[in-house]
Design a protein around this ligand. Structure first.
Ligand code: ZN
Length: 468
């Protein structure tokens, strides 16, 4: 009887065909294995590194197979990331709708003047490349085996964690789990009780707290709200949120002026269930983890779930990565954020932390028409991006979402500006430096350092802004 399993070292799915017992076991390492039908109860440990589509006949193969009580992480073995040619005003119209198809997982957002990067499973690769070739977009493979890259990332992170010398929760030398982030927030509140407090603004579908860190040294101030990891796989974003907390509290002697200036509300993980899931089960998970009635596909794109021009795109497939659900604020995470921002009237400014793209963008996403306060939004963005660039030369593109990228609907940034009435609202798409959602941990300090300079500029603007 054939056994189907996943290779513990995860370079490739393995199809094991036992012909004459163990002595004539044939192992077919096949990237085109029927991934979705893999029985994940079985794992095979073998001390071999193999390439895809490699067939080995072994006279004796020592295999340890054991049943695993729980389903394990999703395998991205032999998934590829494909890059297009630079998109034009014409070709973007054909590419952008592909974002909503479940077969295609967009890693970057379609944008005129840039290539777009799309992850695809082996069984859908020909479909994608066919579509792109018909548009004359010359698909090029930039990651041959996402599963291998993911394994390398996991090994790297584990290695750093094993060498952790400091007892401090945050050192910005590695990505942090949800629990580690919560522990750091708790540590800050205990260490700086006069400045820091935790506000649980809600609970995720899975029962995890939506903890906002409030930093304040006195009443009567305007405030800035920022969130990270509303898209689960964007692991570079919580460190930026925590960098803000770190600078304001642990470097209070340097940065007291910024706390004198305004109050800060920081939500380092806006999608806790998705974030945990991306660590434990599916590295490239984007959405929440709520059930969609009538569908086997889990989750909603929380950043398409806010009630401002919500759902105008007519996205109909719950399996798609940008599924906005059947109604706005269906997700407890987005509902809690909206209630908190609506009720906390001193908040003038919203900053969404995302990756990736090196963009600093602002409303609107639903139209290319400029917002009524374009000059103000654009002016602060230019100043912030200049401060960021001055650190180490990282250049951001600036503009309204629909003009810089393409149309999008129901994002928190647009809701904050257009519905909640916040005068300033921005999204940072942080850099990937060519590593997609998996920049090496050594990139964290450069990214958080330069982004902090931009956020300081926006904080000054926040203190001077008036929420009607
Ligand atoms: Zn995002």
């Amino acid at each position: 009887m054939p056994l189907i399993g996943t290779f513990k070292n995860n370079l490739s799915d393995i199809l094991i065909s036992s012909r004459i017992g163990l002595e004539e076991t044939v192992i077919i390492f096949n990237c085109l294995a029927i991934k979705d039908q893999i029985n994940k109860r079985f794992h095979i440990i073998a001390g071999l590194l193999v390439n895809c589509k490699m067939r080995l006949s072994l006279s004796i193969v020592l295999l340890l197979a054991f049943a695993c009580a729980n389903a394990t992480r999703k395998s991205y073995s032999c998934y590829k990331v494909i890059r297009t040619d630079v998109l034009s005003k014409e070709t973007i119209k054909g590419v952008a709708p592909l974002q909503h198809r479940p077969e295609f997982n967009f890693w970057s957002q379609p944008m005129v003047g840039r290539a777009v990067e799309i992850m695809v499973a082996p069984q859908h690769e020909a479909l994608l490349t066919g579509i792109l070739r018909r548009m004359k977009l010359n698909p090029t493979v930039i990651i041959e085996d996402v599963g291998r890259e993911e394994q390398l990332e996991r090994d790297y992170i584990a290695q750093i964690k094993s060498q952790k010398k400091s007892s401090r929760e945050v050192t910005f030398d590695n990505f942090m789990t949800f629990d580690e982030i919560q522990a750091y927030l708790a540590e800050l509140v205990v260490t700086y009780p006069d400045l820091a407090s935790l506000i649980q603004i809600g609970t995720s579908t899975g029962g995890r707290p939506l903890n906002v860190l409030k930093i304040s040294n006195g009443p009567g101030k305007k405030a800035l709200f920022t969130d990270a990891a509303i898209h689960a796989r964007e692991w570079i974003t919580p460190p930026v949120a925590l960098k803000i907390a770190f600078e304001l509290l642990e470097n209070y002697n340097i940065n007291q002026g910024l706390v004198d200036l305004l109050d800060w509300y920081i939500l380092p993980v806006a999608n806790p269930d998705g974030y945990v899931y991306s660590w434990e089960s599916d590295r490239y998970w984007r959405k929440t983890r709520s059930v969609n009635p009538g569908s086997s596909c889990i989750g909603t794109d929380p950043n398409r779930n806010f009630d401002f021009h919500w759902g105008e795109e007519g996205v109909t497939d719950p399996c798609g990565e940008t599924w906005p659900n059947t109604r706005p604020f269906s997700e407890p995470e987005t509902a809690a954020m909206s209630v908190f921002i609506n009720n906390t009237l001193e908040i003038t400014t919203y900053i969404a932390l995302h990756s990736y793209g090196q963009l600093l963008i602002f409303p609107y996403g639903h139209t290319t028409e400029l917002p009524p306060t374009f000059d103000e939004l654009n002016g602060h963005a230019l100043e912030a991006a200049a401060a960021l660039e001055a650190v180490s030369g990282t250049v951001y593109e600036i503009g309204t979402v629909a003009n810089v990228l393409y149309y999008s609907y129901g994002a928190c940034r647009d809701w904050a500006y257009g519905a909640a009435g916040l005068p300033l609202s921005y999204t940072f798409e942080l850099p990937s430096n060519g590593f997609g959602f998996s920049p090496p941990p050594t990139d964290i300090i450069p990214v958080v350092t330069e982004t902090w300079e931009a956020i300081k500029v926006l904080a000054v603007a926040a203190a001077g802004a008036v929420r009607p």
